[in-house]
Design a binder for this molecule. Sequence first.
Ligand SMILES: [Zn+2]
Length: 375
Amino acid sequence: MSSTPATTMFDRASVDDVEYDFGARIDALRCHSTGSLRAIVADARREQQRWYLEELAATRVLDDRRALDGVPDASVSARTAKSNREVARSLESLPKVAAAAWAGGLTRDQLQPVTEVATSATDAEWAVRGTTVAPVDLQRMARTAKAVTAADAEARRKARFVSSWRDSEQGMAAGRWWLPDVDGVLVDKVLDHMAERMRPAKGMAWDSLAHRKADALVELARTYADAEPSGRFRIEIVEITDVRGCVTREVDGIPVASETVRAIRPDAKVREAVLDRTGTHTTHRSRTALPADVDRHVRRRDRHCRVPGCEATRGLQIHHCHPVGTHGDSHDPTELAGVCPPHHHILEPHGPYRLVGDAEDPEGLELVRREGPAP
Ligand SMILES: [Zn+2]
């Protein structure tokens, strides 16, 4: 076989039906000659090695598809998973080293450090040289090869960037970052930690890691925005009424759903615009959707999230308990409740839950599932 590892002794389906007896296998091998046993060890290693390369190749493709982070494999240590991913990445540009591993010249213990010291220019050289150097020496060389100079550090810092852009057609904001060592570790760790702590609401499944990290990034921005006293980050909804009386709503030029407007309205500013026949906007002064005294009252009353059992206090948003009936435009404090951002997302009009009752009563609210199919 050329593209997949050669014959296997056991096929996968048989593992469950056949009881494996290691002792019996040893007994069976006792009558083999030493030469034949050595050949078995060599064969087994070569097969393992080829399956390992197969694992790496498939891992590489999954890595490209970003399909590895979402489903961490609990049966493999994080260290092994990371090492496999890195070896797979390096091997892609080291064809000779990969071929030497396939042929059995480089063992698995040698392969990992060789992928760290070899470059595409020294690929052929290391494919031969690596086979003769002990793994421990190769590891030492890999560590030396990785020594970082002050100039490297400076270059890393010079190369830093964050770029972000809008895709108005899809209504999304996108971004990419490239951060030097320590800064990158900090950002990574904070996002990971925040994502780790985003437990699902009771009875709901964990969201994907990618989703939770996205929420973490938004929460970082929101925390900064909330700490800014001028209110300059308060979301402004522009409601544009055209000549036929049709209303469309935008946030910073991005058209948004009326459900989104209903959800964010109590916390937002609203600016009305009228489109005349010449296509010109006449905009009115923006106003906060909630009168300042109602906003203050609700925020003073609700020191933590009003979803029963939730004690979150940070970044509370005002949720309207009847967003559908009143288009989220009510000033009645019995219908307005402070909720944390994750809970805000699972509430109507977006989410499958509804917060019902009298918000003025400290124990007056209850979380219920909405009737009808969840959106
Ligand atoms: Zn909450």
